[in-house]
Design a protein around this ligand. Structure first.
Ligand code: MCA
Ligand code: AMP
Length: 528
């Protein structure tokens, strides 16, 4: 069997968690706080400073509040709030209390939220104060016991209640396989699946990346992470936050990505993480100069393929070589280009080698492929998730008999171990780092009056990498207006899922089996 592991670091070299009888991820993160608890842990763009002590005490208070609710082991805390340091505190407090964190994209509208709440059955829901009325109604109807509000200006009932609780808290005792979070990823059939990640999954990945990306602890001079990503997905929530905290490194915390604000803060940062769209937008800023990046040591990209052109432009313009890595909600990080020069060059267009402890193979059906051959990427490792929430059949389908997870990505491994992703077997559009499943959008379009059928495809886009285009067929006699179709979708779905263009046509191209030939639609409706 041809299974790749990182040559410099086979499974035997996988870093292990600090010795503790409690596998709670929070315990490991807390143990990495610097000795000087009054030093700044998080600084916001509006000039607020939170010390490590603040983080410790605030998470204790929220964890005590959660404890007081007397929830069952494994209870879910579903959270749809704008990015703020208090939202970070809520995430850490949920870990601390041994409950399961369920982050939700703030762009989700009521139909989307209703699905997640019905499926996950959270015991606690936390939402923006402005949404409290309808969210609490929906959540209580679905059996949720507690709904709190949390706003991005440090107000809301969650903080009001937590203020009554002590500033000390003993982290809940958990096992490595106990769940820490559920991350919903859309399904190819349109039904979202909750990927269950354990404390062990998240901690093992954080420890691997700590070494692999050469994070500098405070004793080594320290790192400063400029955090500009949303915190409801793996990239901003786990890779970025765990990376900084497990190193006792400060974060400069931006509420959203604004290229100008990023540029203002880069001279004080050492590490930046982004999806390719962030790099494309930064390159469009005349103020992006090497002088601006004098303190930076590492730029990381992932969540979507980075065009070689962006990689090269960044290198030429800034003198920095972006480190591209590859991961999934189900697996956290899988592969990475090298950080240390001794491990080799960072190769644009590739996602690097499997991380220490990750086994990666490329297969065609049950047949292992040789170096350079293209097939389905399968992975195994301590980072691979515990299965899909309440979907045992779906979970079983996605694993091979020998325990490898089928990523749905198509790629090849070079003789020296570098992995290149060449496509996807899953029908998925990745737009600005967000996943959009055509089946979900098609389902909504097909349910509209006068529609016979539709196909949604991803086409290249200079800003978002890829965007959706809808191609629609009307029922006989129906008069369809593409703009009205887009407007109806906007009223129902998260904004990033809305196709950027819609075409009403007479028929869809099909192959001999009757299947819509999406590749032809991509050619026809993509950029010319
Ligand atoms: C915003 N819009 C988009 C997207 N974002 N359209 C398509 N794709 C998008 N990603 C549209 C809105 O619908 C709106 O359109 C208009 O752009 C402006 O919206 P706004 O919210 O102001 O956009 P923005 O602030 O400019 O956001 C763009 C963004 C954002 C900063 C690139 O999408 C973003 O933060 N992306 C990062 C996603 C991410 O963190 N992914 C990690 C997933 P209209 O005006 O028509 O309404 S974790 C993962 O994938 C794995 C595990 C991994 O490997 O990391
Ligand atoms: P998610 O469902 O949000 O976890 O998205 C995971 C998917 O994002 C993977 O299966 C890949 O298709 C894609 N992805 C993540 N990182 C990269 C990358 N560096 N290059 C290409 N695709 C990527």
């Amino acid at each position: 069997m041809r299974t790749m592991t990182s040559p410099d670091s086979p499974a035997a070299g996988t870093p292990t968690a600090p010795r503790s009888s409690n596998a709670n991820l929070f315990v490991a993160l807390r143990a990495a706080f610097p000795a000087d608890l009054d030093a700044c842990a998080v600084e916001t763009e509006t000039g607020l400073h939170y010390s490590w002590r603040d983080l410790d005490e605030a998470t204790a208070m929220v964890a005590n509040l959660l404890d007081s609710l007397d929830l069952a082991k494994g209870a879910r805390v579903a959270v749809q709030v704008e990015k703020s340091v208090e939202a970070l505190v809520l995430y850490l407090a949920t870990l601390r209390a041994g409950l399961v964190y369920l982050p939700l994209n703030t762009a989700y509208q009521s139909a989307e939220l209703a699905y997640f709440i019905a499926d996950a059955q959270p015991a606690v829901v936390v939402c923006q104060g402005s949404q409290f009325g309808w969210v609490s109604k929906m959540a209580f109807a679905a059996g949720t016991a507690y709904v709190f509000s949390l706003n991005d200006d440090r107000s809301g009932t969650l903080l009001q209640r937590a203020a009554q609780f002590p500033r000390q808290h003993s982290p809940a005792q958990v096992q490595a396989q106990d769940l820490a979070a559920i991350i919903y990823t859309s399904g190819t059939t349109g039904r979202s699946k909750g990927a269950m990640l354990s404390h062990g999954n998240l901690l093992s990945n954080a420890l691997v990346l700590k070494d692999y990306w050469g994070w500098r602890t405070p004793q080594m001079g320290g790192d400063v992470l400029l955090h500009a990503l949303p915190i409801f997905h793996v990239h901003g929530l786990f890779v970025a936050i765990h990376g900084a905290l497990i190193n006792g490194s400060k974060m400069i915390w931006l509420s959203r990505f604004d290229p100008q604000v990023v540029l203002q803060n880069l001279p004080r940062a050492t590490v930046f993480m982004g999806v390719p769209t962030l790099y494309v937008r930064l390159l469009a800023e005349p103020g992006l100069t090497p002088a601006q990046l004098c303190s930076m040591r590492l730029f990381i990209s992932g969540s979507a393929p980075m065009l070689l052109d962006t990689f090269v432009q960044w290198q030429e313009r800034t003198g920095h070589t972006i480190l591209e890595r590859y991961g999934m909600s189900e697996t956290v990080m899988l592969t990475s280009n090298p950080y240390h020069a001794a491990d080799g060059e960072r190769r644009g267009g590739t996602v690097g080698r499997p991380l220490p402890g990750v086994q990666l193979r490329v297969r065609d059906g049950d047949v292992d492929l040789a170096a350079g051959e293209v097939g389905g990427i399968q992975v195994k490792g301590p980072n691979v998730f515990q299965g899909y929430w309440r979907m045992p059949e779906k979970t079983a389908e996605e694993f091979t008999a020998d325990g490898f997870f089928k990523t749905g990505d198509v790629g090849q491994v070079a003789p020296d171990g570098f992995v290149t992703i060449v496509g996807r077997s899953k029908d998925l559009i990745i737009s600005g780092g967000y996943n959009v499943y055509p089946a979900e959008i098609e389902g909504y379009i097909n349910a509209m009056d006068g529609i016979a059928e539709s196909a949604v495809v991803g086409v290249p886009d200079a800003d978002f990498g890829e965007v959706g285009v809808a191609v629609v067929i009307g029922k006989p006699g129906a008069r369809l207006d593409p703009q009205a179709i887009i407007a109806q979708l906007k009223a129902t779905l998260a904004n990033f899922k809305i196709p950027k263009r819609c075409f009403v046509v007479g028929e869809l191209p099909r192959n001999a089996m009757g299947k819509v030939q999406k590749n032809l639609l991509r050619q026809q409706y993509g950029p010319r």
